[in-house]
Design a protein around this ligand. Structure first.
Ligand SMILES: Nc1ncnc2c1ncn2[C@@H]1O[C@H](COP(=O)(O)OP(=O)(O)OP(=O)(O)O)[C@@H](O)[C@H]1O
Length: 578
């Protein structure tokens, strides 16, 4: 068992200390019950040997043999019952700890910034949350239980063996330190191999997730065989790494069996010698020795698994900690919630995404500014049209206003207060964002519209938002109306329907700042005009930012900005102070 894992699991174990303490007490009781009948096996053999040597003793020894046999039969039944509860207690607790760890990681993932998700694949995130947590659970649950069981059992067995014959005990336990040295070196190999296997699991997860998200493209471009080949290649590498790991696991188990075999031979040789020399008086003692080593057989075999799982858990812990250590880039520094009115001001704002490797020198990183010295003021309740050629930085401005990223230079002010000084969660609650790519969850239409505020929002508000976004008629035409499930195993919506549900989702909160990032591209011209007209009427106090390539459907706006290569190439103010 490793120290890092112990430190990591301490806070979780503390929460379930009562359950774990009961579990450990049950380990102790179950081991006492396991060892209790063994002296009676020895005694029974001795009695049988007396009977064979002198049949006249049969009647007097019959009672003894009945008592011994009853103990040998009944105590293991009670022991089995205790073992069942011991496993229940510890393994169920490990499931509870797994639940807590998963929740903590999930909550941490949600706090991390957008750049984190650009750097790490979804498959890798999933793998760390599922497989890696599962290895940690197996280690701190069954792994620790078997390990502790072996230690307690070993010392109890040692005491019993010493009671019978000290010299024979010394010979029998002699191979065990050598076995531990072997185990130590093999576990180093297991750790190395485990790391490779777990890395491959993440790669496979990412590959599968990406492949099936893009299944339409694969089908349209008839690329099935290409992806099949790619899958085969990754899987065969994974198989190779797994077989290498399995080989080491097998070597470890075989080694343990071999050492137990040596223990048997030592009992036979030295025990037999001592019996014939008269040092060990009764043959039953030799039988007892065999039974003790036999009892250690299964825990020692399991030790191989414990070491393997502990090494895997060590790797998993490193992988999980790597992510848990990452601090969110966007921090909430203000706990006070202020009322948002919606005035947005950019003061010399410059921004770049993560620095990229230079094309000429791979070791060098270059910072290409996505936005450079952007300045404008958009008064509360006014409308901004943001246009410009592809890649000019329009979406980036939307992301900066929503505080998905912070500017590298300059400042963004909302209601004359730096955006960084606003309460992050309160501010985001006042933002309605319709992204370029409509993203809907595999849930009902109702929940997709009311997302994030399901408890606070009344059905009336959901229906009203759907009406303003002009999706109401489409929804009412579905068989299950607002309860229609979207996506997996549910209905698949058209691009325009998805965009309008996303619009309904953004306006339901009655946000003070509304950002539409190319959100009308799949909607016909007439409907676009209607939605904008409704929006202006229903959300007349909200600041609206429309990012678009096509301005033909918007006639009424206050500020017009054209971007080119991350700079403002044209800006027009229409009655901004009115
Ligand atoms: N997450 C990101 N990481 C790194 N670079 C990015 C990221 N998002 C956008 N970029 C880069 O920033 C630049 C501006 O992108 P942005 O999406 O803001 O442009 P846009 O004007 O909205 O484009 P379009 O009209 O095509 O939507 C582009 O060169 C793009 O490659």
């Amino acid at each position: 068992m490793n120290g890092g894992l112990f430190v990591f699991s301490k806070k979780y174990c503390r929460k379930y200390k009562l359950r774990l303490s009961i579990g450990f007490l049950l380990i102790l009781i179950s081991n006492i019950l396991t060892l209790f009948p063994i002296p009676y096996i020895g005694k029974s053999i001795n009695v049988i040997s007396y009977i064979f040597s002198d049949l006249s003793n049969f009647i007097s020894l019959k009672k003894d043999i009945c008592i011994y046999v009853s103990i040998i039969l009944i105590v293991p039944i009670i022991g089995g019952f205790v073992k069942y509860h011991m496993r229940q207690c510890i393994i169920t607790t490990s499931r509870m700890i797994e639940f807590d760890i998963k929740n903590e990681i999930f909550s941490h993932y949600q706090k991390l910034s957008s750049s984190f998700y650009k750097k790490n694949s979804t498959g890798d995130l999933m793998n760390r949350l599922t497989e890696d947590v599962s290895f940690i659970r197996q280690c701190i649950g069954p792994g620790f239980m078997y390990f502790l069981n072996l230690i307690i059992l070993f010392f109890m067995v040692l005491m019993q063996m010493l009671r019978i014959n000290k010299v024979l005990t010394f010979y029998v336990v002699l191979p065990i330190p050598i076995l531990f040295i072997f185990i130590y070196y093999i576990s180093i190999f297991i750790a190395k191999k485990s790391k490779k296997v777990q890395k491959f699991q993440s790669i496979i997860c990412s590959f599968i997730q990406e492949t099936f998200s893009g299944i339409y493209i694969i089908k349209l471009f008839v690329s099935e065989s290409f992806f099949q080949e790619k899958h085969k290649k990754i899987i065969s590498q994974y198989k190779k790494k797994n077989i290498e790991l399995a080989k080491i696991d097998t070597i470890l188990s075989s080694l343990i069996i071999f050492f137990i075999g040596i223990c048997y031979s030592l009992i036979l040789f030295f025990g037999g010698k001592k019996y014939f020399e008269g040092e060990i008086k009764e043959i039953g003692n030799i039988a007892e020795f065999f039974t003790y080593v036999n009892i250690l057989f299964f825990p020692f075999i399991i030790l191989g698994w414990v070491i393997s799982i502990s090494e895997r858990a060590k790797v998993s812990l490193i992988r999980i900690s790597e992510f848990l250590k990452i601090k969110p880039e966007i921090l909430n520094t203000n706990l006070v919630k202020t009322r948002i009115f919606g005035k947005v001001e950019f003061k010399n704002v410059s921004f770049f995404y993560c620095p990229q490797r230079s094309l000429y020198n791979r070791k060098q990183y270059v910072q290409n500014y996505t936005l450079s010295k952007i300045s404008f003021t958009l008064m509360k309740g006014k409308t901004l049209i943001l246009t410009g050629e592809t890649g000019s930085g329009k979406t980036t401005i939307g992301r900066l206003i929503s505080r998905l990223y912070d500017p590298k230079q300059g400042e963004i002010l909302v209601d004359n207060l730096s955006l960084k000084d606003h309460n992050l969660y309160n501010f985001r609650k006042n933002i309605g964002y319709v992204p370029q790519e409509s993203f809907l969850f595999s849930d009902s239409i109702y929940n997709n519209i009311a997302i994030g505020s399901i408890k606070k929002i009344t059905p009336c508000k959901v229906y009203n938002a759907a009406r303003i976004a002009m999706i109401e008629n489409d929804i009412l035409n579905f068989k299950n109306r607002y309860e229609t499930i979207i996506g997996e195993r549910g209905i698949t919506l058209s691009g325009g329907q998805k965009q309008r549900i996303c619009i309904a989702r953004a306006i339901i909160k009655n946000p003070k700042i509304l950002i539409f990032d190319d959100s009308f591209s799949a909607i016909d011209q007439k409907t676009r005009r209607e939605i904008i007209r409704y929006l202006k009427k229903e959300l007349k106090y909200s600041t609206i930012i429309i990012i678009t390539h096509d301005i033909s459907y918007i006639s009424d706006f206050d500020l017009f900005i054209v971007l080119k290569n991350g700079k403002i190439s044209k800006i027009e103010n229409h009655n901004i102070f009115s």
